[in-house]
Design a protein around this ligand. Structure first.
Ligand SMILES: *Cc1c(COP(=O)(O)O)cnc(C)c1O
Length: 360
């Protein structure tokens, strides 16, 4: 069967060139006579893979030398607990509630510290990014948490809050590597890999060094950033194969996409075409405030649930899969991460126009 265009929110598409390369190397990686999956994580070959992955991530994102890159497991969801367990000092942190993931980060942190809500957009189903009043920021907070791109609702921060000395912590699961970011503005960046970096099973944490080593004695070894920082993410077995695929994705990004600035241009082109169509359509409508629109996740509706269902079904039959929206928003959602080719977006828009012609 031909490959489909997969608009899933995650796990999501990987670049076809990466899958082909992985297939070529499946049985014999670089003349080692083994698959990367079978290799000792302590072997010389594997050392080059994980070291190469980190070096590429550092050069791609411009990660300063005073930041550590950690390759962990447990998903972004584990970071909701690891961040407070490691950054807790005074026992207070600030949160902006912009969606379900932000809410989960907040409720998990509440188990460990006093988690203050600075702003909240739940009143309109998280369809916008709330205005932040710096007066409400706690200057003594241990950290300030945002979810940079809200995967479910399709909003994103376009400007970062100025938190002064308070470390800014960002969940970037669904937007990491989609455009350049100034890493030095953050104390911690974390992301589950399965949207823009590689397969599920790998979680990347980028953390400023002074935020490591402050966890108290009671924090389990595996949940302490210091354990992983001191052991180059090799305290225990890292998700070896996922890291290898992440390295291939980073090579693709560098060699085929022109790095993060090239990636950003392509992502803006894809999202721009999609939003332009939504704004001109008489049938389909975007669900979020225009100023806060995401580059990666685009929810939309027809306003008629039966018609939404028909659309999702017919789109799937035509090779555009996983367009059903999250149950809390309804309708449809097109996740157009880095690996979604421009052509996939163009063809989906053509399909939508035809659907509109027949059903509008
Ligand atoms: C997908 C996602 C998560 C959850 O990630 P897991 O790796 O499944 O724990 C958290 N935050 C955001 C923004 C996400 O998109």
């Amino acid at each position: 069967m031909a490959r489909v265009y997969n608009f899933s929110a995650g796990p999501s598409m990987l670049p076809e060139a990466v899958l082909r390369r992985a297939a070529d190397e499946m049985l014999d990686y670089g003349g080692s006579g083994q698959s990367v999956m079978e290799m000792s994580h302590r072997s010389k070959e594997y050392g080059e893979i994980i070291g190469g992955c980190e070096a590429l991530l550092r050069s791609t994102m411009g990660i300063p030398d005073n930041y550590k890159v950690l390759f962990l497991q447990g998903g972004a969801s584990s970071q909701f607990a690891m961040v407070p367990l490691n950054l807790r000092k005074g026992g207070k942190a600030d949160f902006v509630l912009t969606g379900q993931w932000a809410k989960k980060a907040h409720s998990e942190a509440k188990k460990f510290l006093c988690a203050n809500v600075v702003a909240d957009s739940s009143d309109k189903t998280f369809s916008y990014i709330p205005k932040l009043d710096p007066q409400k920021f706690d200057p003594d907070a241990d950290y300030f948490h945002i979810c940079y791109n809200n995967t479910i609702y399709g909003t994103r921060f376009h400007a970062l809050p100025d938190t002064g000395k308070v470390p800014l912590v960002a969940d970037m699961s669904s937007c990491i590597l989609s455009e350049p970011v100034d890493v030095s503005r953050f104390g911690v960046i974390y992301a589950g890999a399965q949207k823009n970096m590689g397969p599920a099973g790998l979680t990347v944490v980028i953390i400023r060094e002074d935020l490591i080593g402050n966890a108290d004695e009671s924090v389990p070894t595996m949940f302490n950033y210091k354990t992983h920082a001191d052991n180059d993410s090799m305290y225990n077995t890292p998700p070896t194969y996922a890291i290898y695929i992440c390295k291939l994705v980073l090579e693709w990004l560098r060699d085929e996409m022109g790095g993060l600035s090239g990636m950003k241009a392509q992502n803006e082109r894809k999202a721009g075409m999609f939003y332009d169509y939504l704004d001109s359509s008489a049938l389909f409508k975007g669900t979020v405030d225009k100023a806060d629109r995401s580059l990666m996740n685009i929810p939309f509706v027809t306003g008629d649930e039966e018609l939404d269902k028909k659309f999702v079904k017919e789109a799937a039959a035509a090779g555009f899969v996983n367009l059903k929206g999250h149950r809390s928003v309804g309708g449809m959602r097109a996740s157009i991460y880095n690996a979604m080719p421009v052509e996939g977006v163009i063809k989906l828009i053509e399909f939508m126009k035809e659907f509109e012609r027949q059903n509008g």
